[in-house]
Design a protein around this ligand. Structure first.
Ligand SMILES: [Fe+2]
Length: 344
C-alpha cells in the first residue's frame, strides 16, 4: 500500500466509524434476543456456560472481554451511552466501585436473593457474586513441607528470600489481596508485610498459571495464586507437583474474592440481563463442565451446588468473607501502599 492508499483507507475507516456513531452503537445494542456482557472472566473466549444459556433461552450472549479495571474505565467513559447490559468482573472491589458511582442499577429478584447468601451480594442489590475464588498459598510439594507454611504475613520471613513468585501490583488480584491485608492488619502492619515480601526479591510473573508452571519447574518454591489454577492444572495432570495451603486458618481465614455481575444503570436489554444473572445463579451453578464454577474449578455461590471433586480434595477451610466488602473502599489505599513498598 502506498501513502495515498493508506490515507484513503484511513478515511474510509473513519467514515465507517462515523456511520456507526450516527445510528449509534447503543441503538444496535437493543435487540430482543441479545444480552451484551462486559466480561473480565478470562477462562476461554466463550465459556460453555454462556453457550448453554444461549441454547436454553435463545438469547444471544455478546461478550466483550477486558480486565476488570479496563471494563470499569469503559463504563465510566461511556456513561449513559454504554452498550453493556451486564457488567461481569472478577473482583468484589471493582463491583462496589461501579455500584457506588451509579453505574449499576438495583435488581429486585426473589431468585437471586434466595440462592445467593447475603454476604455474597450487594445489600442494595446492585451486584451479585456468581463464583468464589480463594487466593491462597501454593507450594512445591517436593521442596516445601506444609508445616513450614502459615500466613500471608509469614511469607515476609527471610527464609523465603529468593524462593517466592508473585503476581505484579497492577493486577486486581494483588490489589484486593493487599486491601484485605489492610482490612485485617491495619495499614502500617500491612505495609511491613508487603515490604517483607519485596525484601525477599520475588520473581514477578503476570499470570497465575505461569506462576504454577514455574513452581512445578523448581524455579520458585512458594507463591500466592487463586486456588482454581491448581485445580485446572491437576485436571490436566493428576501428578502436578504444586499443592494448595489454606492461609491464615488460625486467624481471619484465607483471602476470598468473587466473580460477579450487576446490571448496568442504563441497560437496554435489562430483562435479558436479569435472566442471565438468574440463570448463572441457578442452572449455571452445576458442578459439571458447563457450570460457571464447575468449568473452572471455582466454588459455587449457591449453597445447594457442589464444588468439583478436585477442589473438594483441597480440604475444608475457613474463608475470610468479612473483608470482601472492604476491597472497594480500600482499593486506592492498597495501590498506593504497593507503590510505596516498592512492590513491582
Ligand atoms: Fe483468574
Amino acid at each position: 500500500m502506498n501513502r495515498r492508499q493508506v490515507i484513503a483507507s484511513f478515511v474510509s475507516c473513519a467514515v465507517a466509524l462515523a456511520a456507526v456513531g450516527a445510528s449509534g452503537p447503543r441503538a444496535a445494542s437493543a435487540q430482543a434476543n441479545v444480552v451484551n456482557v462486559y466480561s473480565a472472566r478470562h477462562y476461554g473466549a466463550l465459556e460453555k456456560v454462556f453457550a448453554e444459556f444461549e441454547r436454553e433461552t435463545g438469547i444471544r450472549v455478546r461478550l466483550s472481554n477486558a480486565s476488570s479495571q479496563a471494563l470499569l474505565e469503559r463504563l465510566r467513559a461511556e456513561g449513559k451511552a454504554t452498550p453493556a447490559d451486564l457488567f461481569f468482573v472478577i473482583d468484589a472491589g471493582t463491583l462496589q466501585l461501579a455500584a457506588e458511582e451509579g453505574l449499576l442499577q438495583p435488581v429486585d429478584s426473589q431468585v437471586l436473593r434466595t440462592v445467593i447468601p447475603p454476604e455474597l451480594r450487594d445489600p442494595q442489590n446492585r451486584w451479585f457474586a456468581l463464583t468464589q475464588r480463594v487466593r491462597t498459598i501454593v507450594y512445591n510439594s517436593n521442596k516445601v513441607k506444609p508445616s513450614e507454611l502459615s500466613t500471608y504475613e509469614a511469607l515476609a520471613d527471610r527464609k523465603w528470600r529468593g524462593r517466592l513468585c508473585m503476581r505484579p501490583a497492577t493486577h486486581i488480584y494483588t490489589i484486593s489481596l493487599v486491601a484485605g491485608l489492610i482490612a485485617n492488619l491495619g495499614e502500617k502492619r500491612a505495609e511491613q508485610v508487603v515490604r517483607g515480601w519485596v525484601a525477599n526479591r520475588p520473581t514477578f510473573i503476570d499470570s497465575d498459571s505461569r506462576i504454577l508452571e514455574n513452581i512445578a519447574a523448581g524455579k520458585c518454591d512458594v507463591a500466592i495464586t487463586n486456588h482454581y489454577y491448581v485445580g485446572n492444572a491437576l485436571k490436566k495432570d493428576p501428578n502436578f507437583p504444586v499443592k494448595v495451603f489454606w492461609a491464615n486458618q488460625n486467624a481471619q481465614g484465607a483471602h476470598v474474592n468473587i466473580s460477579g455481575a450487576g446490571v448496568t444503570a442504563n441497560a437496554l436489554n435489562r430483562e435479558n440481563a436479569i435472566k442471565l444473572l438468574e440463570w448463572l445463579a441457578t442452572r449455571g451453578q452445576d458442578p459439571g463442565e458447563a457450570g460457571l464454577a464447575g468449568g473452572n474449578n471455582e466454588f459455587p455461590v449457591n449453597p445447594s451446588a457442589q464444588p468439583t471433586e478436585i477442589i473438594k480434595g483441597f480440604g475444608p477451610f475457613k474463608a475470610d468473607l468479612a473483608a470482601l466488602s472492604k476491597y472497594g473502599p480500600l482499593q486506592a489505599q492498597a495501590i498506593k501502599l504497593l507503590e510505596r513498598a516498592g512492590y513491582k
